[in-house]
Design a protein around this ligand. Sequence first.
Ligand code: ZN
Ligand code: ZN
Length: 586
Amino acid sequence: MKKLILLSIATGFLLTACHHKNLPSSELTKDPDKSFTDWKENVFMDSMWYTSPDAASVQGYHKYDAQLNVPDSANAKRVLAFADYVEGQLKSFGYDQLSDLSKTDYKLIENYVVSTRFYQNEFKEYEWNPAAYNVGDAIDYVINNNPAPLEEKLKNLTSRLSKVPAYYEAAEHNIHKPTKEHTSLAIAQGDGLLSFFDSVFPDSLKASKLTDQEKEAFNKSAAEAKKAILGYTKWLKELQKGFTKDNTRSFAIGKELYAKKFSSDIQCGISSDEMYKKAVARKDAIHQEMIQLTQQLWPVYLKDIAMPKDTLVAIRSMIDHLSAKHCHRDSFMATIVKQMPELVQFINDKKLITLDPTKPLRVRKTPEYMAGVAGASINNPGPYDKNGNTYYNVTPLTAYTPEKAESYLREYNDYVLQILNIHEAIPGHYVQLIYANKSPSIVKAIFGNGAMIEGWACYVERMMIEAGYHKSPEMQLFYDKWNLREACNFLLDYNLQVNGWTEDQVMDLLVKQGFQQSAEAHEKYKRATLSQVQLASYFSGQTEIFELRDEMKKKLGDKFDLKAFQEQFLSYGSAPVKEIRTLMLK
Ligand code: ZN
Ligand code: ZN
């Protein structure tokens, strides 16, 4: 599931003048909840998009497609002024007077304020991440995702592209001691942008009914934008040639910034340090369980071979042996389709959660334009696309070489494919989305909490296993491997960003202790040098949900009902678990 982290660098500071209206205070007293709802939907959201026009385009809000903010210091001041304004408005509404649904939106907007200040004043990614400056999405979503007539889109682009030179000029001014990793990434991305100028634009112009004058204006803007992009890439390459220890910085953000980013992005009830300790403990507990399962399974499958003394090696041998049980490459999609009704049946029989029979999940072949996305994932419509369908996209393995298909199928073997379907589809992401849509909130559609969303999908994996879905020691072993990956994602992120871990240490964790393939582990390492905290969301989210479930069990005793707990939990939408907790325990 593609999750938007709106407050990341790409949008966090690209803000311009706020054009907010203040509500007359007399309106506030009448119905606080209605006043708040009106403000958040009609004033806050639109003003926020006005301050981030490129992020707005990406989310399908095309009102500001002609704009592009130049990330200079005046812009930064306007961002912070907008945050101040939002904070003032929130205070005037007051949390206590609002309904539960508004309360969670209130908290998400409050976090927007805190995050905006943190990213601008402390995190300062605009200084060290050259890849933060990228107009690719700003161009792509205007030309390819707006249902407007082509001529209108090209006129919007003429205007947006005319601001690109100033945009990169500001970028060069801002960058100070970049990281090597983000510089390389920015150079690679710059080359990728040129396809717009070489093929997309000429084709679109040809197909359009623009006047010659309009075409000329477009070509002029485009030529200057292209020159600016090439200039920026060239400037970065020069910078790169002169890199030393003193004029670059480490990609690792360190303990203090990590703690703050964790608090801002995850909106977790506990600190990153505390969560880290839980992840270490979880890894050890999973290893213990996997050792026992391996001892149990070894005589069944490998009795003629002596079990290795090194328990990690023994577990890996067991996993390797069982991974051979997988579907044929030609029936990958059919196998997934077949599992959907089985999941529904099991959930209904065990009364785990109410499913909506009017919204069966549509499994489809991943469309061509999304090619490159491997495997299977949920594809939901954008927040402004109300009539869009949700699909379970599955990429058939037809394009794979026999070796690659075999390796993929071993990874997504008969056991793991079940867990993947639980996570992505039923009762994971797809079901969470249906519940969230019952009480639609544009604030949650945009700022929905990633740790809650991923946490839920991870939570239900274990919940289904506990309920006995495909119960067997083999299934438990592969669930443990999968769950271990979620814990290891956090461990590697934290250790790399905070504890100065090297690539070798990461590989040891993922491959030797996590039983992953080294190619997969290497990709994960690279991803972890470029982002921070996102990899912590899977473990943090599920841990908070399991702890909340324990608290509810304690509170309700005999009256605790798993189905009621799960449905109430989902009824708040994609809010941070700690905010749901406050409302559920009150
Ligand atoms: Zn095979
Ligand atoms: Zn997920």
